[in-house]
Design a protein around this ligand. Structure first.
Ligand SMILES: *Cc1c(COP(=O)(O)O)cnc(C)c1O
Length: 354
């Protein structure tokens, strides 16, 4: 493929105050783009000034949601350098999502090179205040101007970036979660294992209702039997039960999180017994009643670790670890963020310096 063409912005934006950053509102000066056309393949990798895209109203992505995305962060390390965390895992997962959505495979080296070239160019946007980072959002959309229901013949791969504030400003705050018994996020055979916009569209209602009821998010059950736990909001979920760590196994309707995978690898390094298996809401609440549910937490790029302090199902409500963050959740958080920000040893080589 041709080398990446760089067309720099004529004027650069003022940097926002890193202390008041909100997620996903302010975007950097540039974006990475690459097109696909049937017969030609992926072509024209380029960096251009961040600007609105011009698309026909008939563009396929608007109607049939043939779209996939990723989410990752760039971190400022103590030497003033910039690091990504397991970025090739994001690119590979993007291609797994593409495969399910009938989007042609991206050349992985160029997809990653685009991300790295953009983050390098936007270096000044990577904040250095504790806990802050530059969020990177790669995505692919179907761009055929056609209402026919079939796979598009043309696509756009785009990467945009936004600086984000510290997720936790005053230590990790455990959240209140309730078990969703009406809506389901995904089913086996569907798109649950992919990061596609359609999954999010289907999950917004439950999230809104949870907030109305005073909860942060929902605990999703499987879509078939409505018995087994899948995820928490848009995070994977892990439990410490009677000394062991238990997490739902990847069954096709669960998103294979990179933070989840990293937690499991660290836990195994530390000698914990880790079980990836089906876990029912009944089992979980029974363990809580028996005093065996020691910790519960969500895992994902945004929060890294999000401890769960209260779990509710119907009229039953259980408090986990007195509503405080548990020692293991805290250790995972400290280790993962330490590796991401280049502050602690990284034996697996997850942190990639740009
Ligand atoms: C992105 C995502 C996660 C977390 O994945 P990470 O790679 O850890 O950020 C979990 N569940 C859903 C539904 C997601 O979209």
């Amino acid at each position: 493929m041709e080398p990446i063409q760089i067309n720099k912005a004529k004027t650069l934006k003022d940097l926002p105050d890193p202390a008041t950053l909100v997620f996903g509102k302010v975007f950097t000066d540039h974006m990475f783009l690459m097109n696909y056309d049937a017969g030609k393949g992926w072509h024209s990798p380029r960096i251009e000034p961040y600007a609105p895209l011009s698309l026909e109203p008939s563009c396929m992505v608007f109607h049939y949601a043939q779209e996939v995305f990723e989410g990752m962060k760039a971190y400022r390390d103590p030497d003033g350098g910039v690091r990504l965390f397991r970025p090739m895992d994001n690119v590979k997962r993007l291609n797994d999502s593409c495969e399910r959505l009938c989007i042609p495979q991206l050349p992985e080296d160029i997809a990653l090179e685009g991300i790295e070239a953009l983050v390098r160019l936007e270096e000044r946007w990577v904040p250095s205040l504790e806990g802050t980072s530059l969020y990177v959002r790669p995505f692919v959309i179907a761009t055929d101007a056609s209402l026919g229901v079939h796979a598009s013949h043309s696509y756009l791969y785009c990467v945009i970036c936004c600086p984000v504030g510290a997720y936790y400003k005053e230590g990790l705050q455990p959240v209140k979660i309730y078990v969703e018994d009406e809506d389901v996020r995904a089913v086996r055979g569907g798109t649950g294992f992919t990061k596609c916009g359609g999954n999010y569209a289907a999950s917004i209602r439950a999230g809104e209702r949870a907030e109305e009821k005073g909860f942060s998010q929902v605990l999703w059950l499987d879509g078939v039997e409505r018995k087994y736990i899948e995820e928490v909001g848009a995070m994977n979920v892990l439990f410490k039960i009677d000394g062991k760590v238990v997490t739902p196994m990847l069954n096709g309707s669960i998103l294979p999180g990179i933070t989840r995978r990293s937690c499991l690898e660290l836990l195994r390094d530390w000698g914990y017994t880790v079980e990836e298996r089906r876990i029912s809401a009944d089992e979980l609440f029974e363990a809580a009643r028996d005093g065996k549910l020691e910790e519960a937490w969500g895992s994902g790029t945004a929060a890294v670790i999000s401890p769960i302090g209260v779990l509710a199902r119907g009229d039953e409500k259980v408090t986990i670890n007195g509503g405080q963050i548990g020692a293991l959740s805290q250790k995972l958080y400290d280790t993962l963020t330490g590796i991401q920000w280049g502050k602690v040893a990284d034996p697996h080589g997850w942190s990639v310096k740009l």
